[in-house]
Design a protein. Structure first.
Length: 446
């Protein structure tokens, strides 16, 4: 039996011949309650309960990482500047109220305000880091080191810490000192080059893959480093660049390049390389901006085309040599699209999706955010949850979509600025009320 000491409490684990871990405090799902048809796992008692994360991130790439871990039960303490906080609090928001942007990426966390530029505030953050399992930052290159909280400094205080950095460009890149946001990573990572119509300019995908996509890679890596630490007792330095993350997400585009010797092209709503017709969005009744259905037929399953012809009432084309093979349909792509569109335009997108999907052909109606928000099944299944925020009031947001034993994690509102300062200093550092009050009066904490 080995012991790993962290945060003042021992965590026991055993290593058997099969190297399986026995960590009871991370396995109990704890108390559950029934609400609106979905079972919630109380965030403080699920699989990452007891994991202490010191969060010095802002905007989205870092916060999306720590939020994912918070949804799985980690104790995420967000360090913010007094009076200002994460710049994300004011992105598109109203005065004196946190922006919905901030609320989306900081649920289930606690907020502590510290003036890091005050030597006493810097010392306080170091104290917190000395008790943490994980520390993560996504400041501009060089900022964390200038603040006096670089990896070497924190490692000396806490050799077992998992220290994480999210940057725009990787170490060794000619642009490693450059600033980056989601759209910069998408441009420099190749994603924009394969997005858009084939005869149009590069486009930015609607999803912030450069931010949240990078955050998810870091979250997975943190869990891997933590399991390794349970085995070895050793900390780790984790670094991910947003540009590098985008390369990871466009691996399929590189397969096209390797196969053809050409850069992957833009293909509109089709897959990289064009795909197997029919593939793409087809207009439906209604004529609205999102009245379309996406239909996908796979070259690996020729039955998709035959089934589709039966659905749209064109069995006369089953033996037509112009459409007999994927290559033939590619040659006559425009005609194939016309034939399919003549049927889809007669139906609303939901009916088209149902009719095509019921025939075992992949199909999906193009749904906008309002349609998704009004779909009660997402609330019933816990994918979207409504909560009360002391400043905003009731609002709904999308939570963690993965179920643990059939249960979805509970989403709690993002914290007010400095809401948990005294609570965290008491729990993590055993400060008494008088000591915290002294720090507040000295404007070291908010």
């Amino acid at each position: 039996m080995l012991q790993c000491q962290s945060g003042g409490s021992a965590r026991r684990f055993s290593l058997s011949a099969t190297r399986q871990l026995d960590v009871p405090m991370f396995l109990g799902l704890g108390f559950c309650q029934q609400l609106s048809g979905a079972e919630w796992v109380m965030s403080g008692e699920n699989c990452l309960a007891g994991l202490k994360i010191l969060d010095l991130t802002q905007f989205e790439a870092g916060p999306s990482c720590t939020e994912a871990l918070a949804w799985m039960g980690a104790d995420v303490v967000k360090i913010e500047n007094p009076g200002v906080g994460d710049p994300g609090r004011s992105v598109g928001g109203k005065s004196a109220k946190d922006a919905f942007y901030f609320l989306q990426y900081n649920a289930n966390k606690r907020s502590v305000t510290v003036n890091i530029k005050d030597p006493r505030g810097l010392a306080l953050v170091k104290e917190l880091a000395a008790t943490a399992d994980v520390m993560i930052e996504n400041f501009a290159p060089g900022v964390i080191e200038r603040l006096g909280l670089g990896y070497e400094v924190i490692r000396d205080l806490n050799p077992a810490i998992i220290y994480c950095q999210v940057k725009g460009f990787g170490t060794g890149s000619p642009f490693e000192k450059n600033l980056a946001f989601d759209m910069i990573a998408q441009a420099c990572g190749g994603l924009m080059s394969i997005t858009g119509e084939e005869d149009g300019p590069p486009c930015k995908p609607g999803a912030t893959i450069g931010d949240t996509g990078t955050g998810m890679l870091m979250a997975v890596s943190i869990l891997g480093a933590y399991v390794r630490r349970l085995r070895t007792g050793e900390g780790e330095l984790l670094q991910v660049a947003m540009q590098d993350a985008i390369l990871h997400y466009i691996r399929n585009a590189f397969t096209y390049m390797e196969r053809t010797g050409k850069p992957a092209p833009r293909a509109g709503s089709r897959t990289v390389g064009g795909g197997n017709p029919p593939i793409g969005v087809y207009p439906c009744a209604g004529g609205g901006p999102n009245d379309y259905v996406y239909i996908y037929t796979s070259a690996a399953n020729p039955e998709h085309w035959t089934r589709l012809l039966k659905v749209i009432g064109r069995t006369d084309l089953i033996d037509d040599p112009r459409f007999a093979t994927p290559a033939a349909r590619t040659e006559h792509r425009q005609l194939v699209d016309q034939i399919v569109s003549e049927w889809t335009i007669q139906h609303d997108k939901h009916t088209a999706m149902r009719r095509v999907g019921d025939a075992a052909i992949p199909a999906g109606a193009v749904l906008d955010t309002m349609e998704l928000a009004n779909d009660e099944t997402f609330q019933q299944r816990g994918v979207r949850q409504t909560m009360q925020h002391p400043a905003i009031g009731d609002y709904a947001m999308t939570g963690w979509p993965v179920r643990f034993g059939g249960k979805v994690p509970e989403v709690t509102p993002a914290p007010l600025l400095g809401q948990h300062t005294e609570e965290v200093l008491t729990e993590w550092l055993r400060y008494d009320h008088g000591r915290v009050l002294h720090l507040k009066e000295a404007k070291v904490v908010g």
